[in-house]
Write a protein that binds this ligand. Structure first.
Ligand SMILES: Cc1cc2nc3c(=O)[nH]c(=O)nc-3n(C[C@H](O)[C@H](O)[C@H](O)COP(=O)(O)OP(=O)(O)OC[C@H]3O[C@@H](n4cnc5c(N)ncnc54)[C@H](O)[C@@H]3O)c2cc1C
Length: 390
């Protein structure tokens, strides 16, 4: 029996406008041509393929910042049109990570809370595919509990002085800017006061960026250290002390998109090919279950995209999509291990057509999916609160 408060959840059936069919065809044709003409690295996960070249090409098509106002280089298209572009890019394994964070959350945050000068300086560079962003939330002792961040910004006569460190900062070594959550005052009784966000210029502000190597031996993460880093006053984003409200508004964008269930789509597709046209009963059941889950998740995620486009704040629904999406990504790998006798070996980078190597990489990446963007326990706490259970 559904919980009585389940009525609070909104997953209105998404209605894709007719123009998306033509857009989808356009994206597919572009990808087919791009992959046949250029040696793009097909990535196994949205966080794995960083290609400024590819980003510039899709920016030229108008697909970066495509929902933003034209005066900043956007196309004023709908969230559902953006959804179609992002899901096609992800399904094809396109190397999207260079622009992903700026397009998904940093640009929208600046549009909503940034000053006009910040928008004019940064947004046209993002839509041109020339300016990439990092997320500066997590710290060595603050991940899930973001309100406990200790990086501090103090006012000076010129602006602000920052001290502290951020950790797990994806691609800080490549990116141009980081939106950083800092303590600027007392936490207050609810612990959410006294936080502010700043625009940090990763190339010019004098921050130290130290690599952290992941389990695959790759350099994707970093530690970013602020040691008396001086920044001008106009880098404060929004109001002083408004950091908590602002950072939480970013998270619905971060949690609900198709990247939260398509990270192992390439494994699913390879599994279907590997099983071939005559699956036995166990294989058919496993693949059928995955296909039905994928379809449901897609409808839920589309529904959240439509609500975001309408200006709603579907935080609980986004947390549900992330939690179920991460569970699906694990099930893809588990199903593959159940229905095919295989020994994962090597890494996909070495031979992307080798299913055993694809599986080896997927197994090593899997633990990170439930951590990034908020852990399973945190998603379930948000859902429980949303249902009035705690
Ligand atoms: C691939 C990847 C990319 C990332 N990129 C970035 C980035 O670019 N920028 C950035 O800022 N961060 C990034 N992160 C960090 C990520 O956001 C954090 O790892 C995540 O928020 C969890 O924080 P933590 O690692 O400190 O774990 P902790 O918060 O210490 O959690 C440890 C464990 O305790 C559990 N736990 C914690 N609190 C509670 C609670 N209240 N109730 C129940 N259980 C709890 C957690 O669920 C988890 O299982 C990235 C992480 C990964 C894996």
């Amino acid at each position: 029996m559904p919980h009585p408060n389940a009525d609070n959840l909104r997953f209105p059936p998404p209605r894709l406008p007719p123009e998306v069919a033509a857009l989808r065809a356009e994206v597919r044709a572009f990808l087919a041509e791009s992959f046949s003409n250029e040696a793009w690295p097909r990535n196994s996960d949205f966080g794995a393929g960083f290609s400024p070249d590819f980003t510039r090409k899709i920016a030229a098509k108008g697909w970066v910042g495509m929902t933003w106002p034209k005066k900043y280089g956007g196309q004023e298209r709908s969230m559902l049109e953006r959804y179609v572009v992002t899901e096609e890019l992800l399904a094809a394994g396109a190397p999207v990570f260079a622009h992903w964070i700026a397009d998904r959350q940093s640009g929208p945050l600046l549009l909503r809370f940034g000053s006009e000068a910040q928008r004019e300086t940064v947004l046209p560079r993002i839509t041109a595919g020339e300016c990439f962003f990092s997320i500066g939330m997590s710290e060595p002792d603050s991940g899930s509990d973001l309100a406990s961040v200790r990086t501090r910004a103090e006012r000076t006569s010129q602006g602000w002085r920052l001290n502290g460190a951020k950790v797990w900062t994806s691609n800080a070594h490549h990116n141009h800017f980081m939106i950083t959550l800092c303590r600027t005052g007392d936490a207050g009784e609810d612990r959410h006061g006294g936080l502010s966000q700043f625009l940090i210029d990763l190339k010019n502000d004098g921050v130290a960026i130290n690599p952290i190597i992941n389990m695959l031996g790759g350099h994707e993460f970093n530690e970013v250290v602020f040691d008396d880093v001086e920044i001008p006053a106009d880098r404060l984003i929004g109001g002083e002390g408004d950091g908590w409200r602002q950072v939480t508004s970013e998270l619905a964008y971060e949690r609900s998109g198709p990247e939260r269930f398509l990270s192992n789509f390439h494994v699913f597709r390879a599994l279907v090919d590997e099983v071939g046209p005559s699956p036995d009963a166990r294989q058919a059941e496993g693949l059928g279950r995955l296909a039905s889950r994928l379809w449901t998740l897609r409808r839920m995620s589309l529904s959240v995209a439509a609500m975001l486009g309408a200006g709603d704040a579907p935080d609980v629904e986004a947390a549900i999509v992330k939690d179920l999406g991460n569970r699906f990504e694990r099930e893809v790998v588990e199903t593959a291990r159940m229905i095919l006798p295989l020994q994962p070996s090597g890494l996909a980078g070495a031979n992307q057509n080798d299913f055993a190597a694809t599986m080896a990489e997927a197994i090593l990446r899997l633990p990170s999916f439930t951590l990034r963007g908020g852990t399973t326990e945190i998603m379930r706490s948000i859902i429980a609160r949303g249902l009035g259970l705690r």
